[in-house]
Design a protein around this ligand. Structure first.
Ligand SMILES: C[S@@+](CC[C@H](N)C(=O)[O-])C[C@H]1O[C@@H](n2cnc3c(N)ncnc32)[C@H](O)[C@@H]1O
Length: 476
């Protein structure tokens, strides 16, 4: 495959894995780790890839659930084969639009093939794009001679892609829906390709040390006794990137609550809350990723109100809090909207020192981990997210006491879900002013995070998931 600057195969699989990709691997025994890896049984791996990919592409299932569903039933697969299935399906989902374009050019009958044969070709093409040798891919993909010759025509198809005008080329090369590609181009300008490329890389597996128990150095040592290598994250002082492939949930260290899986960007957003041990509200607490971090900031003291509309996530939060040794959290299920939702917050009105609104969003910052999410997103969904974000910020701001802080965050990189939501809020609330995030993070970390009043993280600039954070202070 021709290696062009704007269109090159991504790096070969390395030890870096997204949490989704890792979760599907069974924990290898020490003996298994010591043994050299078995050769992958390509026919079984291909079958499993086809099943999982079809569930996502043709039945609309979420990628992690589809892989879970498939791999649970494939009890005969070895760990290395399970990993190969997860890696290959995720890799194809990240490049799906590019792969479809290339095949429509390289294979004269591609559009009229049956869907399984198309998917076999897609998986094979994706492997070639990721650097696997063409001959090996053709040999192990059960291709007909016509289909195998399409693989040989991929370089010409790639050249045809390169020759397209930028506005047409970019969405295909970045594997983004047109409306998102337009926003990336408008927002990132000449950096759009780099931004999209980084979103199509695999994410590191990052954990946060539970500071209620011990710091990250102690955590790193503890992990090494379970033969898990890690290295400190560069931005978050409590983050570790795990370098050993394994299922975190099976570690003793995890089961005893010493760590939580949490992207470094999410940890930085949590740091902006700087929660005192008084009264704090985590208004969209979900399963408690940030709630647990806030509880540690509060040293398990004061009242931490964790609110959400989702029963299942609230139950998860309670379990996670128990495991982490957190006992200052009051979890409260609330109504999504309407007078009931408003009245359930009356008792907290004007009483909180900090209110975190970690709002539901498009998730454009987490495409590394959920590569299929982009194909589900539409301009209408995006508009709904923005309307909800504005409404939630309005509703929960009522709980901030004079002199208190309102912290707004998303895992989106899109301006309209971030800066624009804050501008809209401030235009109606002159009693709030923006506190620049560097002031809260301190000079060293502030400099690393970058200029501007807000936290704006992205895979291509910081190596984290994309996160936005704003801190607004209510006048006394
Ligand atoms: C980005 S997620 C939160 C992630 C969580 N803070 C964490 O760190 O793991 C957004 C959450 O907002 C919740 N949500 C959606 N609408 C809501 C509403 N009207 N009131 C409160 N929470 C809401 C969703 O159920 C979801 O759990």
């Amino acid at each position: 495959m021709a290696q062009k600057s704007k269109f090159r195969p991504t790096s070969r699989p390395s030890a870096k894995k997204s949490s989704n990709e890792r979760t599907h691997s069974k924990k290898p025994t020490l003996k298994e780790q010591a043994r050299s890896p078995r050769p992958v049984r390509e026919d079984l791996v291909l079958q499993a890839c086809l099943e999982a990919y079809a569930l996502v592409r043709h039945e609309g299932r979420l990628s992690d659930r589809a892989l879970d569903f498939t791999l649970r039933r494939k009890t005969n697969l070895y760990s290395s084969e399970r990993r190969a299935v997860a890696e290959r399906v995720y890799a194809l989902l990240r490049r799906q639009r590019t792969v479809d374009f290339l095949l429509s050019r390289a294979h004269p009958q591609f559009d009229s093939l049956d869907s399984t044969r198309q998917d076999v070709l897609r998986l094979a093409t994706s492997r070639v794009l990721h650097g696997d040798a063409l001959g090996e891919v053709a040999r192990t993909s059960s291709l007909t001679p016509a289909d195998a010759s399409a693989l040989s025509a991929l370089p010409q198809a790639a050249a045809a892609l390169e020759a397209l005008p930028e506005k047409k080329r970019f969405p295909i090369a970045a594997s983004l829906p047109d409306f998102l590609a337009e926003r990336f181009l408008a927002q990132y300008g000449k950096d759009a390709a780099r931004a999209a490329e980084a979103m199509n890389e695999r994410a590191p597996l990052t954990v946060r040390a539970n500071l209620l128990k011990e710091d990250r150095d102690a955590l790193a040592k503890r992990l090494s006794t379970e033969e898990v290598e890690s290295k400190p994250s560069l931005l978050s002082p409590m983050g570790l990137h795990l370098e050993t492939r394994m299922n975190v949930f099976s570690l003793e260290t995890f089961r005893e609550g010493f760590l939580e899986i949490q992207d470094e960007g999410s940890q930085l957003l949590g740091m902006l809350v700087d929660a005192p041990p008084t009264r704090v509200v985590d208004a969209c607490a979900g399963a408690g990723g940030k709630t647990l971090q806030l509880a540690a900031q509060m040293k398990n003291r004061g009242d931490l109100h964790a609110l959400d509309i989702d029963t299942r996530r609230m139950e998860d939060l309670k379990k996670r809090a128990r495991r982490a040794g957190v006992h200052n959290v009051r979890a409260q299920l609330i109504a999504a909207e309407g007078p009931e939702a408003d009245s359930s917050l009356d008792s907290l009105a004007g009483k909180a020192d900090r209110v975190l609104v970690d709002a539901p969003c498009s998730g454009t910052g987490t495409f590394r981990r959920k590569p299929d999410a982009r194909y589900r997103l539409t301009p209408e969904h995006l508009a709904e997210h923005v309307a909800r974000q504005k409404a939630l910020l309005e509703r929960f701001s009522r709980m901030v006491k004079p002199g208190g802080r309102l912290i707004y965050g998303t895992c989106s990189v899109l301006r309209e879900e971030n800066e624009a939501v804050i501008e809209d809020f401030l235009s109606r609330h002159p009693e709030y002013t923006v506190r620049p995030v560097a002031e809260l993070l301190g000079p060293e970390l502030g400099a690393k995070v970058g200029p501007g009043p807000f936290l704006r993280l992205a895979p291509h600039t910081h190596g984290t998931d994309g996160f936005f954070g704003a801190v607004l202070v209510r006048a006394k």
